[in-house]
Design a protein around this ligand. Structure first.
Ligand SMILES: [Zn+2]
Length: 480
């Protein structure tokens, strides 16, 4: 790997002599500790540490106890926990019922709407032709479900909003010319809508500002629902006699579940003399168990959490730090960086006081670009914050047992990986942020991400390199 040449031997010698006087003991970072932490965090008892689960709470307690033992300071709240609420919403039962026959979602009907109908509702179904003013003027829309034909179901939002503003209960859309479109919508939009989502609670969970139901249906259902065949309905449009279409009765249910989940980031602080802080982050949550199968997440991200705890130990021994060091173990990262998003938007957070974020996520394995014996670590974000490259290079020179690999961050613009862990929440606030990572592998987000696949020797070296980096950031306002 290419090194920058301007770090002279003289700088190294002067640094080493100063560093000794500061008593930063990087050797406190050791393999047995890291192994112990990862084995606990990835153990059966923690069941994958999914946000809000009992296992996540146990992991939070474990981190809190360690911060306590190390005598870290709490944030101003007086607690190591930064609690926040997530709102989980997902669709449960969705169907249209006609004469006792039930048509469930993503079979012959696909729900397109975003308005709940949590108890079954009886409504009338009227036929609205192509949904033109001329067609709609022939029928009674108010409070009713309206079947319309559309040449393009995907582009039929305007029909929906028009019917909604005219007081319809909902719309059912079919493409009478091309039934294949229904299948394609079922595959894409239908599944998109069904995804379980969690988001930060904004205190206003109450549902939807309008009540309006939207469905797409397969042409098979046109006659079942209306009592008239597709060709007969097309004739009614031509004859401008839509009112002749029989009005049928259907029932609709679109049940949305709203859950509230409480979770917490764990924060410990080592004070320095400056009002600025170095913020070390690692997420400790992982994925939801699938029945009895759980996801230990040893690499993702028990490895980073263990690293954070070891770094906290090293720097907790130092009394005369310049910058505060904030250790932030985040929850809800796997749900979309929600823990870090909450943190950077919380009342007490001041972006101008954070010098840099060093985020650690998955540093116990290796990817296809490397050999299992390679002592390397990816630093992603150096290209975005080149002012930190001299610090990275200096740390790399001082600690020869681990090489920094910059290759994953070199794409133009923001690399995709950089958006995929907590550093991105800090970057979005304009805070320099570097992501430490050892690459994707085949066990990523599978039950095979287990503790005994971690390379503990290389992991130990990686954590020591980060420890040296923290030391050089503490020491130099500008690398000489
Ligand atoms: Zn992760």
């Amino acid at each position: 790997m290419k090194r920058y040449l301007y770090i002279s031997c003289l700088v190294l010698i002067s640094f080493i002599s100063c560093a000794q006087s500061q008593d930063i003991n990087h050797e406190l970072i050791n393999k047995p500790d890291l192994k112990n932490y990862i084995e606990i965090l990835a153990s059966d008892s923690l069941q994958g540490r999914f946000t809000g689960s009992e296992g996540q709470k146990k992991a939070a307690k474990f981190i809190t106890n360690r911060f306590n033992q190390l005598n870290l300071n709490t944030p101003v709240s007086g607690s190591f926990s930064e609690t926040f609420i997530l709102n989980q919403r997902y669709w449960n039962e969705i169907y249209i019922k006609k004469d006792g026959q039930i048509f469930t979602n993503n079979d012959k009907i696909t729900y397109l709407g975003n308005s709940d109908q949590n108890t079954e509702y009886k409504t009338k179904l009227v036929f609205g032709g192509y949904g033109t003013d001329e067609d709609l003027n022939q029928i009674d829309i108010n409070g009713n479900m309206v079947l319309v034909f559309s040449k393009n179901i995907r582009a039929s939002y305007n029909i929906g909003s028009k019917l909604s503003s005219l007081g319809a209960y909902g719309v059912i859309i079919a493409n009478a010319d091309n039934d294949k479109q229904f299948s394609s919508i079922k595959r894409s939009l239908g599944n998109y809508i069904l995804r379980k989502r969690m988001r930060l609670s904004n205190g206003d969970e109450n549902t939807f500002n309008k009540k309006f139901q939207e469905f797409a249906i397969s042409n098979d259902l046109i006659k079942t629902l209306t009592g008239k065949s597709k060709s007969n309905l097309l004739k009614l449009i031509d004859k401008k006699s839509l009112a002749d279409c029989p009005i049928s009765k259907i029932s609709v249910k679109t049940e949305k579940i709203n859950n509230t989940i409480e979770t917490e980031n764990i924060i410990g602080i080592i004070p320095g003399s400056s009002d600025k802080s170095i913020l070390i982050s690692a997420h400790y949550d992982h994925l939801e168990a699938n029945g009895d199968i759980y996801y230990p997440g040893a690499d993702d991200n028990a490895s980073g959490t263990a690293a954070l705890l070891e770094l906290a130990e090293v720097f907790s021994k130092i009394k005369n730090l310049k910058y505060n060091i904030i250790f932030l173990a985040t929850s809800a990262e796997e749900l979309g960086l929600l823990g870090s998003e909450y943190h950077v938007n919380s009342e007490n957070f001041d972006a101008s006081k954070i010098l840099i974020n060093l985020n650690i996520d998955m540093i116990g394995r290796y990817d296809a670009k490397h050999e299992p014996t390679d002592n390397f670590i990816y630093a992603i974000g150096a290209a975005q914050y080149p002012e930190y490259i001299p610090y990275l290079e200096l740390a790399d020179s001082l600690y020869q047992n681990c090489e920094i690999d910059y290759s994953l961050g070199k794409s133009s613009g923001i690399p995709t990986l950089y958006r995929q862990s907590d550093q991105f929440s800090f970057h979005k606030k304009g805070i320099p942020a570097i992501f430490f990572f050892s690459g994707l592998h085949n066990d990523y987000h599978t039950p095979r991400d287990v503790a005994n696949k971690i390379n503990f020797d290389i992991l130990t070296n990686r954590v020591k390199l980060i420890s040296y980096l923290i030391e050089v950031i503490q020491k130099y306002d500008k690398v000489p």
